[in-house]
Design a protein around this ligand. Structure first.
Ligand code: EPZ
Length: 418
């Protein structure tokens, strides 16, 4: 397992070119099997989650090739509707393959994805929505078997704006007979991107980005070459890194409205933020004030995927902060690692109580999930002295070239293969 050795205290200066959004590329890859024609997705980061999804598509019988930063999928010979439990366990978000497989094969068999390091992550909303579309579902021995004679449009209402369930419904409804109206849809920018991708294939989807999405079933879907949106969570991670370390950094390619609440919170910390023509610039002295309160919410609220990074920022700021994680039950697993660095933070249930300290100090840290691992790197970059961050497999799931992007900004960190 690789580790980072990080010498904290360097200011960060420069421009970050962002990767395509992990949480957009994954559903687009799932959607590629909706057609037998060739699909090309541009500028795809070769992160572990993308490589795992590519493996899932190959298991179905598709040809998947990475070349020059793009990925091309030809699923004309795909015939298998089963996804192995190993791959489903490795990539929870493979659950939205159900919608694609049902549209393509009218059948799907996946292992129950189960919980993971940030929470139980049930899929009840996915399954009840698929039943509304005419799918028969049997769950046994940890497997979910879905089948249908045909998919038919329906009125569906989600009790919670689940991103994955919204994506699954779009993938199952695009070629269903008749119209589907989805109320209570997730409004994340990645849903809008999926709508753009599907419509470029010939689908009739409208309303993504609002809480009501209409899907008019079509008979066929064609091939497409598509460039996904840039990764707003990667952008937010780098902006928080610069806030913590001090300096001046620019992220290119993410509209400010995609991370509006983060920008508002960074201004509260005392950072100067400017956004123009798709570029967001941050200036920070590194001496920050705590956010009095941060509550994670579905889009457009504060993103849960930036909660850990913002918690790390507040641990080294002045004052006190209340951080409430409303989306996932156990998304504070990185907190004991911050306490090794001198952070004064207590977690009760879904709430972290932070009392800022003048400066964190270096320590040996163990990364336990994707965004928590990124938060430990950010804390180490701003800390006094040297830190090690062990088990980079989590970070490598979602950040491509993380260390070289940070080093280009002036950070002193290096990856050591163990
Ligand atoms: C997506 O996960 C993202 N993953 C997550 O990013 C992100 O944190 C999450 O949306 C929320 O924005 C991808 O897009 C691949 P949800 P997803 O369904 O779809 C509950 C990262 O770090 N729920 O919106 O799994 C669930 O338990 C990852 O990049 C049900 O109760 O999230 C959770 O509390 C982590 N029943 C809440 O909804 C269901 O059937 C949000 O889940 C489905 C979800």
């Amino acid at each position: 397992m690789d580790k980072f050795i990080i010498d904290g205290g360097q200011r960060l200066l420069g421009t970050i070119r962002l990767q395509s959004a992990k949480n957009s590329v994954l559903p687009l890859l799932a959607a590629s099997v909706l057609t037998e024609k060739q699909v090309t997705i541009r500028e795809v980061p070769k992160i572990a989650d993308v490589l795992c999804m590519a493996q899932i598509l190959r298991e179905l019988g598709a040809r998947v090739e990475f070349s020059g930063g793009d990925v091309t999928i030809d699923s004309s010979n795909a015939s298998n509707h089963e996804i192995s439990s190993a791959l489903t366990k490795e990539l929870r978000s493979s659950v939205f393959m159900l919608g694609s497989l049902l549209t393509r094969f009218r059948r799907a068999l996946i292992a129950y994805p189960g919980g993971c390091d940030i929470g139980l992550r049930p899929i009840d909303l996915h399954l009840s929505a698929l039943k509304r579309l005419g799918v028969k579902i049997r769950e046994r021995d940890g497997f979910i078997f879905c089948e249908c004679d045909r998919l038919r449009g329906a009125e569906i209402a989600l009790d919670f704006p689940s991103v994955g369930a919204t994506e699954n419904i779009l993938l199952a409804a695009v070629k269903a007979e008749g119209r589907t109206i989805l109320q209570g849809a997730a409004k994340e920018p990645e849903i809008v991107d999926l709508q753009g991708f599907l419509n470029a294939m010939g689908a009739k989807v409208r309303g993504a980005g609002t809480d009501v999405i209409e899907i008019e079933g079509v008979k066929t879907l064609g091939g497409v070459t598509y460039k996904p949106l840039k990764d707003r969570i990667e952008a937010g991670t780098f902006l928080i890194a610069c806030a913590i370390c001090g300096g001046e950094t620019e992220v290119v390619g993410v509209p400010a409205e995609n991370i509006r609440l983060l920008l508002h919170k960074l201004r509260e910390n005392g950072c100067k933020i400017h956004s123009k023509n798709g570029k967001i610039t941050i200036e920070s002295t590194g001496k920050l004030k705590c956010n009095r309160r941060i509550e994670t919410m579905p889009f457009p609220g504060f993103p849960t995927d930036l909660q850990a990074q913002a918690t790390a920022l507040n641990c080294g700021a002045s004052g006190g902060s209340l951080i409430v994680e409303n989306l996932f039950e156990t998304r504070f697993k990185f907190v004991p690692e911050l306490k090794k660095m001198g952070a004064d933070i207590e977690v009760k249930g879904r709430t972290a109580f932070v009392r800022g300290v003048p400066r964190l100090h270096g320590a040996t840290l163990v990364s336990c999930d994707l965004r928590g691992g990124a938060a430990l790197v950010l804390a180490a970059l701003g800390a006094e002295g040297v830190s090690e961050v062990l088990d980079l497999s989590h970070i490598d799931r979602g950040y491509f070239d993380f260390e070289s992007k940070l080093s280009k900004l002036g950070a002193h960190l290096k990856r050591v293969r163990c």
